[in-house]
Ligand binder design. Sequence first.
Ligand code: PXP
Length: 245
Amino acid sequence: MQLLVNIDHVATLRNARGEGRPDPVEAARICEEAGAKGIVFHLREDRRHIRDEDVYRLKKTVKGLLDFEMAATPGMMDISLQVAPHLVTLVPESREELTTEGGLLMRSVFDDYNSRVVPRFKEAGIMMSLFVDPNMEDIELTHRLGAEAIELHTGTYANADDSQKKTELKRLRDAAEYAHSLGLKVNAGHGLDFGNIRPLLDEVPYLNDISIGHALICDALFNGLANSVGRMAAIIHDHPGAAGK
Ligand code: PXP
């Protein structure tokens, strides 16, 4: 298991004043020095946080795994193929949402991805991860498409009240077991923080990349980015893995 830090909201803060600071690329450097094994960014259609020039600078400076999160639009695919990150994570995107609201509806994107998206990433040798809700049909279709990985959407678990948390963890556990049995690499992310990370690691097996952004950048405002990332990296990297794995 390894921590990847999503630095989008460093750019959100930078863009609030339209000036150069804080610099997301400098943030990425600090995250890696503090123990993150890679960096995630989401280049959105509306460029509300990360911008194109950030992407090219990150490509030059990030030492660990670079995960390019994106909607599979033709324009975004051209950029990602030019940048050639280690991993692309494909997500649904709508202009009005404040953040990614759920996983891909695989049944509706399958034919389009199969003909237009997957062949281009395969040809370029870029690993594909699809962001999906923890349900069996979406996982099975991801496997059938030939993607190498899934990222399980943990947002429903993160937002569940105490009475529902166990049910959501069970869904994630079943989904991770199924995905692993199909040979998919299992990643996870969305809404994770210092309060909900440990039960996830305790209960859900076969996790690889854990992507965390908003909560870490918030914590960093009070405690410093290196401190926040270092604490989260220790929790994830020192964890023995889920029971029964
Ligand atoms: N994974 C995916 C696919 C996401 O869309 C996001 C949010 O950009 C994250 C992980 C990180 O979520 P958070 O910022 O809530 O930690």
